[in-house]
Design a protein around this ligand. Structure first.
Ligand code: NCD
Length: 381
């Protein structure tokens, strides 16, 4: 059975660990022919620099070839072709497909019609799992471990898809995550509810209560994601291992915002005691949330993080191509049991934007509530 990567939850912790170990080996691999003869298609219907180029560099480093459709204006999309039809075509040309699309759930819709594995390179404001593998690898390389981390995620957590995949993964690896969202752009309910379903407790506090109020401005709320009661006794003076910053995803906001409440990460911010040993991460591009004055600080990890995109995606491409033995039994793809009846009402969902590409379906959470199988938003009653 083919393995897609639609959500970070499609990989078990053991698989993630083995992929990161392979990524380490790939750092020193040059001239590999592991994927000789294989073709990767990068289908990017939204802007990208790092994700597309690092996927392509990874395939070249493995001896494979790349075909690409990276300009939405020159793809048949502008002629009105559906996503499902585009993917059916590309499926005939390539062995692996990396897809970026502006609609939430697009990668899941694509995976249903493709025989080739689909790698979700960002589906609207929903998920970005290969970035999360890069983020986890960065944490492991720079902090020295993945378990029991203390991480602050900071910025636009509502539309920042990288943050959605990352907080899920951090939780699964036993991290305590402090989510500091730009007011009005906090983590969406579908993310927090899934965390709670799997045992996380969410504690809401003001950042001032944590003793880390950065700069002036209105009181910003923080959500501590931790097991059982651990969030209640969280003490920021224990310090953070990392602060993960995201830009405001202005292309997904219903209206323009000015006067952001969260201050940028600058030398004064990093001088606060809890960040003394915290690495600074960002999926990039940055648009003002990180002051370039900290670029030379040894804690600034974002450019190293971007470079790690290549070895991590080398490991991922080998895995989904069936050419990487992860050392244990190959785990089955996660089974998703869907129900029909009704329709999603989230305007950004692929099943709403392109019903011809994604037949409306829901999934039931452990709490019994139905959610859209594509974008995970609550299913209208
Ligand atoms: C991110 C993305 O596209 O979601 N960038 C990336 O893939 N490295 C972050 C962003 O665009 O803000």
């Amino acid at each position: 059975m083919k393995r897609d990567l639609i959500s970070i939850d499609d990989l078990s912790n053991a698989e993630i660990g083995a992929l990161l170990a392979e990524a380490r080996a790939c750092e020193s691999k040059s001239g590999s022919q592991a994927l000789d003869g294989a073709i990767l298609a990068t289908v990017f219907l939204e802007p990208s620099t790092r994700t597309r180029l690092s996927f392509e560099a990874a395939m070249h480093r493995l001896g494979g070839s790349v075909i690409t459709s990276a300009d939405p204006q020159t793809s048949s999309n502008v002629k009105g072709e559906s996503l499902a039809d585009t993917i059916r075509m590309v499926d005939g040309y390539a062995d692996v497909i990396a897809l970026r699309h502006p609609a939430a759930g697009a990668a899941r819709a694509a995976a249903k019609v493709a025989a080739a594995p689909i790698l979700n390179a960002g589906d609207g404001g929903h998920e970005h799992p290969s970035q999360t593998l890069v983020d986890l690898y960065t944490l492991e390389r720079e902090v020295g471990r993945l378990s029991g981390l203390r991480v602050m995620v900071y910025g636009d957590l509502r539309y920042g898809r990288t943050a959605h995949s990352l907080v899920r993964a951090l939780w699964r690896f036993g991290a305590t995550t402090v989510a500091v969202g730009e007011p009005g752009l906090e983590l969406p309910d579908y993310v927090t509810e899934r965390l709670q379903e799997t045992g996380a407790t969410l504690v809401h506090v003001g950042v001032g209560d944590l003793g880390i109020r950065p700069g002036a401005g209105p009181e910003v709320r923080a959500t501590i994601i931790a097991p059982a009661d651990a969030g209640r006794s969280f003490d920021a003076s224990g310090g953070f291992d990392a602060i993960y910053v995201t830009r405001v995803q202005k292309e997904r906001l219903p209206s323009a915002r000015s006067g952001l409440a969260l201050p940028p990460i600058d030398p004064e911010f990093l001088a606060l005691a809890p960040f003394a040993r915290a690495i600074v991460m960002h999926p990039l591009p940055r648009t003002g949330e990180i002051d370039p004055r900290i670029d030379c600080d040894r804690r600034a990890a974002y450019f190293r993080q971007a470079a790690f995109g290549v070895p991590v995606r080398m490991a991922l491409l080998q895995f989904v191509s069936g050419r990487l033995d992860l050392g244990g039994p190959r785990e089955e793809a996660r089974k998703i049991i869907t129900e029909s009846g009704g329709a999603c009402s989230e305007g950004a969902c692929i099943s709403v934007r392109e019903p011809q590409s994604a037949v409306a379906e829901s999934v039931r959470g452990a709490d019994g509530r139905r959610r859209c199988a594509y974008c995970e938003s609550p299913w209208p009653a």
